[in-house]
Design a protein around this ligand. Structure first.
Ligand SMILES: O=C(O)[C@@H](CO)OP(=O)(O)O
Length: 248
């Protein structure tokens, strides 16, 4: 059987994206603009005839709501869903809740970019019990020592690849159109793996909110359209620049 189609969707703009705050695992809502982006993402899916058979999401409401709104717009709100913490955004450690512009001004360009985009330098750990920590959150109660207090992209790769292999690949091998609704950095980790992007080059890759990214895969699960195909390439190009320039 031919391998199915993969569709990656970063959640629509969140209220903390709009306020330029590091978010990570903090469970913030979509902004009004983000709700509109999510619905439009669904219209793009519908118009492209790219109708998901199964949905995978993180445990965070911005991804869950984005998927619900997009699928509703595409009349696919009824498909089965799997949710897993391993699709969560990168845990941003002690930076969670901090303003990106202020952080850039306080620590300088080099440190800011290291924390934001280096492959293997995590931000400082978040203090357990502090306002934006998830250590007492019941949805992560079963994680034990796996619960992160900070993560770099390498840590995200390590947790997302087992999920890819065990949960997403079987759906693709079954010929399904698979929608993965997740986050800027968890999707960067997945794209790094799919496209074989180096640890250095991944720093320059940004993913825009709310625009479905389609991957067609061969039998070895290698993209036949390397880099994927955004369903609205012009909007994606503009939005990618905006993500890269956050903090400025
Ligand atoms: O704050 C975050 O969690 C992420 C995604 O919004 O930000 P950045 O693009 O700076 O990694």
């Amino acid at each position: 059987m031919a391998v199915g189609t993969l569709v990656l969707l970063r959640h629509g703009e969140s209220v903390w994206n709009a306020e330029n705050l590091f978010t990570g695992w903090v469970d913030v809502a979509l902004s009004e603009k983000g709700v509109g982006e999510a619905k439009r993402g669904g219209v793009l899916l519908r118009d492209a005839g790219l109708l998901p058979d199964v949905l995978h999401t993180s445990l965070l409401r911005r991804a869950i709501h984005t998927a619900n709104l997009a699928l509703d717009a595409a009349d696919r709100h009824w498909i089965p869903v799997k949710r897993d913490w391993r699709l969560n955004e990168r845990h941003y450690g002690a930076l969670q809740g901090k303003n990106k512009k202020q952080t850039l001004a306080e620590f300088g360009e080099e440190q800011f970019q290291l924390w934001r985009r280096s492959y293997d330098t995590p931000p400082p750990v978040i203090e357990r019990g502090s306002e934006f920590s998830q250590d007492a959150d019941p949805r992560y109660a079963g994680l034990g020592d796996d619960l992160p207090l900070t993560e770099c992209l390498l840590d995200v790769v390590k947790r997302i690849l087992p999920y890819w292999d065990e949960e997403i690949v079987p759906d693709l091998r079954a010929g399904k159109t698979v929608l993965v609704a997740a986050h800027g950095n968890s999707l960067r980790a997945l794209v790094k793996h799919l496209d074989g992007i180096s640890d250095t080059d991944i720093a320059g890759l940004n993913i825009p909110t709310g625009i479905p990214l389609r991957y067609d895969l061969d039998d070895d699960l290698k993209p036949t359209n390397p880099g994927g195909t955004y369903l609205d390439p012009d909007a994606a190009a503009d939005a990618i620049k905006a993500v890269a320039n956050q903090g400025r």
